[in-house]
Ligand binder design. Sequence first.
Ligand code: HEM
Length: 273
Amino acid sequence: MATIDASFAPGRPARGTDWLGRAATFCYLAIAAGQLLFTAFILLFYYPSALSGDFAAWNTKPLIKGFVPGDAAGNLFFAVHVLMAALITFGGLVQLIPAIRTRRPALHRWNGRLYMLSALALALGGLWLTWGRGTWLNLPGAFGITLDALLILGFGWLAWRSARAQRFAAHRRWAIRLFVVASAVWFMRVGYMAWGIATGGAGIGKAMDGPFDLFLAFANSLLPLAVAELYLRAGARGTPAARKGVAALLALAGLVILAGSAGAWMMMWSPYI
Ligand code: HEM
């Protein structure tokens, strides 16, 4: 597979893109492995129950507010949310593969429309689940996920607008940012697991109100966004040293993601399918 982002630095010698490009590919593959496991969990745990109407089955897994008897609207919103979750998670991975962008432009466009639609539905539906249905454990957590929803809506709009105007360099940047914030709920799960493996769970509160919980409530979108920003800048106009530094950061991020994804599969997802 080609790198996910070697193409945005035209004019640079191929050798100069090597380490940054390779590290970006490794990081993408680590994300893909973890997100494929998340997609498998959603397909195997939520799809059968959501599509057959057996909503009560959701509550075999610990949730803040899954199935609530008598709450038809809330249960329906939750069902749509988890059905869309698999589409956006898998669709985002497909959307970033360069060979699909260049060799199957029609697929890229249709998958892109579906991705944007899922992003809109998940952000607006998620806001309703949080504030309308009242699904939250603590206010910082609710504000953290609200910030993520606003970033999804903002970046989604900018990615769509730049694609429509055929400003492809800008479109790529906004699309990468959108992918990062639309992956924040997944980053959160992987982040908890990686942190748990490294520290045994230091700073995690019983009601998810410890210092680490508060940090991750916002870091799930802002930290990967900062890394993506460094990557975009290093690729566009970084010195060789900056490019190597960002390559090392991406390689480290890839390793953390692999560990966190393995932990999430073992602790959060596979026990319920
Ligand atoms: C855009 C990507 C998103 C994906 C892939 C996604 C995925 C999911 C999944 C799989 C669940 C089921 C819980 C689980 O089994 O872990 C869930 C629940 C939920 N999501 Fe999202 N979600 C996304 C965005 C959002 C946003 C932006 C918000 C809020 C603004 C949100 C709010 C919620 C809430 C409140 C629940 C119920 C949690 C519970 O009862 O424990 N989601 N989401």
